[in-house]
Ligand binder design. Structure first.
Ligand code: ATP
Ligand code: MG
Length: 467
């Protein structure tokens, strides 16, 4: 069975996780707040409405007392009773019992509670259920001097209480929920801003070239990121150590090969000059070519190893113009052998740059070597220098470098298929690239006015001021 593509998996982001971890407790707090607010609102509504109910009970008692005192009896159908308990929203009931427990007026379903409940000046409250509805009831007993033994009851449905509770609840919860919802984008923004250093670190790492194994600067990174940066720097340090080990091995190996190779070359030259055995000459000739190729490869490997070494410590101030003239001069004889017109265009002024002279010279040599190698006999190669910014350029009248080859020519051991007829190891431009990197320089490849390739090595404009 084919596994679903990775893209279908839900992407995990730190922002979302943090938002979740903040919002879940916030919603929990809102729920707790809703519960406590409801409890408080219910209690407040109950207290408020109980006061009203008590007032009505008191009024009813006064009315009963006045009526009873004036004519010694109570009219159960008195309009005053129904006027007193009337309410627009809630349904109210009342009951008046005398000392012997006889219902004088009101609703029989409000049963007499008897002694023990509701004695004293204040009413006693309780709940009861009537016709399937919940009712709140106030019970007030007559005192020794005022309706002794009487019991006055007033009960009401809880519609007003419910509405009041809901009103209070809404008054608190709606603004709270509103604030919580409003806070989501603010929290999101805050988290994004808070994670900014992480994003900056990511950018700093992704912008690095694969060769840049220098430690990541800590700068003013937040404390939480320091362990990560330290761990990364530790890893980079170990990488650098491994790389340095490999480079040293390559340099040592190339160096070790150099001596026997020189002996071999000398021996072959000697054998070739021996005229007593002409039949072996073709073999020696081939051997000479092979050893010359091998010598070139070893030289290039050594140059690459040196260019990869930490050259920063050996940087000095030197004249780019003078070095370019010297390198070009070194190739005059080789150019003449192939009838190539090798020229140098420079200024009389010095172009001071800071760097490793040996490495820059090696890079220049490789560029001139390439131009001479790939330009057909009778062609032209021109080296030049410019100040502001400091540039060393090599232009030739050769075939140029095809567009498709441009991303590949700086790779080690890469040689364009068109170059198969010429000799080389494919390390020259890799050396140039490495030297450029060590000097903060840029290598650019283009087309020259001579019709062939134009390769420029541009050093940093303020190269001198780095001293
Ligand atoms: N001036 C040039 N004109 C045309 N092609 C070039 C030029 N310079 C470089 N190239 C192309 O780029 C490839 C890589 O160059 P590089 O110098 O790295 O290798 P090389 O010259 O083949 O070998 P090496 O320099 O190690 O002897 C070459 O093989 C060639 O195809
Ligand atoms: Mg080369």
């Amino acid at each position: 069975m084919i596994a679903p593509p990775e893209t279908h998996r839900k992407e995990r982001t730190l922002t979302r996780a943090l938002l979740g971890w903040l919002l879940i407790p916030l919603f929990f707090l809102l729920a707790v707040s809703a519960y406590t607010t409801y409890r408080n609102a219910y209690h407040l509504a109950e207290t408020e409405r109980d006061l009203v109910l008590e007032e009505i009970t008191d009024d009813l008692k006064e009315l009963v007392s006045a009526t009873f005192e004036s004519n010694g009896r109570i009219d159960p159908n008195s309009l005053s009773f129904s006027l007193l308990i009337r309410d627009a929203r809630d349904q109210r009931y009342f009951a008046i019992y005398n000392a012997s427990g006889t219902l004088l007026a009101g609703d029989r379903r409000l049963t007499r509670m008897g002694a023990g409940i509701g004695s004293g000046k204040r009413a006693t409250f309780g709940n009861l259920s009537l016709d399937g509805r919940k009712l709140r009831r106030a019970i007030l007993k007559g005192g020794p001097e005022d309706l002794p033994g009487f019991e006055i009851q007033v009960a009401e449905t809880t519609s007003r209480r419910g509405r009041l509770t809901l009103h209070l609840l809404r008054g608190v919860l709606v603004p709270q929920a509103f604030v919580l919802i409003l806070s989501i984008p603010l929290i999101w923004f805050g988290i994004s801003r808070g994670l900014h250093p992480l994003e900056a670190l990511r950018r700093r790492i992704t912008q690095r070239s694969a060769q840049d194994l220098d430690a990541i600067p800590v700068d003013n990174s937040p404390r939480e990121l320091l362990p990560l940066i330290t761990a990364l720097n530790d890893l980079l340090l170990r990488f650098r150590a491994v790389q340095e080990e490999q480079r040293r091995f390559m340099a040592d190996a190339a160096h070790q090969i150099k001596t026997p190779l020189a002996v071999l070359t000398a021996e072959i030259d000697l054998a070739l000059s021996d005229t007593t055995c002409p039949c072996a000459r073709p073999t020696y000739s081939r051997l000479q070519k092979a050893t010359s190729r091998l010598t070139h490869l070893v030289r290039q490997l050594l140059a690459l190893a040196h260019s990869e070494a930490n050259a920063g410590k050996t940087h000095v101030l030197f004249d780019l113009s003078e070095l370019a003239r010297e390198v070009t001069g070194d190739f005059v004889a080789a150019a003449a052998r192939r009838r190539i017109d090798l020229g140098f265009e420079g200024t009389d002024q010095a172009i001071p740059i800071r760097g490793n002279v040996m490495l820059v010279k090696e890079a220049m040599k490789n560029l001139v070597e390439n131009a001479l190698k790939f330009t057909p006999e009778g062609g032209t190669v021109t080296t030049s220098v410019r100040a502001f910014p400091p540039v060393f350029a090599v232009a030739d009248s050769g075939p140029g470098i095809p567009e498709a080859e441009l991303p590949l020519i700086f790779q080690r051991f890469h040689r364009a298929p068109e170059s198969s007829t010429t000799e080389g190891s494919g390390l020259g431009l890799a050396i140039v690239q490495e030297v450029a990197r060590k000097h903060g320089a840029v290598v650019s490849v283009g087309k020259s006015e001579l019709g062939g390739a134009l390769i420029e090595l541009q050093f940093e404009g303020d190269a001198v001021s780095q001293s």
